[in-house]
Design a protein. Structure first.
Length: 315
């Protein structure tokens, strides 16, 4: 039966990497296959937007249990979020992720990705970048535009998805990827590096998300902690603020509100994307490091720290 799924070369390459892992299971592979093969259907069912969601919900629950028997990393955290989550990125950090020019294996990133699983960055052929029609936007009747803004980075993911979705994908250069990120940032959308247990437990995509379409952002707002902070938090300089409300209109996390003393940032709700900072006409907003919110996913800084650590061990 398995041979029927492995007729295409990129699919075989994906399976070969999966089968070589010590945590391999057929359930996990099938879950990953379904997720990559039919992402729009997967998202539609998972968010309840598809008419068949009620029928398939028991099946998706079973797949989650079979493929991700993960202990909760903190009290109250749901196991599902441990296996599928996004890390908020500042624009400059997202751009660095699509400009790596060599294979990379960073292994466990506990300080950066605060979940119990799916927190590795293993880039193979990082210059292989695919622009995919966003499954969240495409599953909505009136999505935000443009749709083709999800970036699948590296192998075996880019090849696998391109193989099965030639009508919904296009190969792009690293420069084109940067242009997509910049344009989405200007539209007020948030960059997330996504990690998933059944995508080999690692980073595979940068999504450019809006709260009106993104299933992960809506789940996070509904109490499933699927998104990790960028490691920064927005600060407001009251003396510069003219109370235009532009920042609040653009905040995808609804972290900026009007209070008795004017506009204010509710820091626990802020995930440090920086969209509001770029849009403020008075430069009244800044992004400040917030160590209690974890380390940023600054790939070059992480690589430098790892290199320095290795050099110190050799001395």
């Amino acid at each position: 039966m398995l041979s029927r799924f492995l007729r295409k070369p990129a699919t075989r390459a994906y399976y070969a990497q999966f089968a070589s892992r010590p945590d391999y299971s057929l359930w996990k592979w099938l879950h990953g296959y379904v997720y990559g093969r039919w992402p729009q259907l997967y998202i539609s069912l998972g968010t309840g937007r598809h008419p068949l969601a009620r029928i398939f919900r028991p099946l998706t629950s079973l797949l989650r249990k079979k493929s991700a028997p993960i202990k909760r990393s903190t009290p109250g955290r749901r196991a599902f979020a441990d296996g599928y989550h996004g890390k908020v990125l500042r624009l400059e950090h997202a751009r660095k992720l699509v400009t790596i020019n060599r294979d990379l294996d960073l292994g466990d990133l506990e300080q950066v990705i605060p979940y119990a699983a799916a927190r590795e960055i293993v880039l193979q052929h990082p210059e292989h970048i695919l622009a995919l029609d966003c499954p969240c936007r495409a599953s909505r009747p009136n999505p935000c535009r443009p749709v083709g803004v999800c970036l699948i980075v590296g192998e075996p993911f880019a090849g696998f998805i391109a193989e099965h979705h030639p009508d919904k994908t296009r190969w792009i250069t690293q420069d084109e990827a940067q242009e997509i990120l910049k344009a989405e940032h200007q539209r007020g959308h948030v960059h997330h590096a996504f990690f998933k247990d059944v995508m080999l437990g690692r980073f595979y995509a940068i999504c450019n998300c809006c709260s009106c379409c993104c299933g992960a952002m809506q789940a996070h707002r509904g109490g499933t902690p699927m998104l990790a902070s960028s490691g920064y938090v927005c600060k407001m300089e009251k003396d510069f603020c003219v109370e235009c409300g532009q920042c609040a209109k653009l905040c995808q996390f609804q972290a900026i509100h009007a209070g008795k003393d004017g506009w204010m940032v509710n820091e626990p709700d802020c995930l440090g994307c920086g969209v509001c900072v770029a849009a403020c006409p008075q430069n009244a907003l800044t992004l400040d490091r917030a160590p209690h919110r974890g380390d940023p996913l600054d790939i070059l800084e992480i690589m430098a720290r790892r290199a320095a650590s290795g050099a110190n061990k050799d001395e």
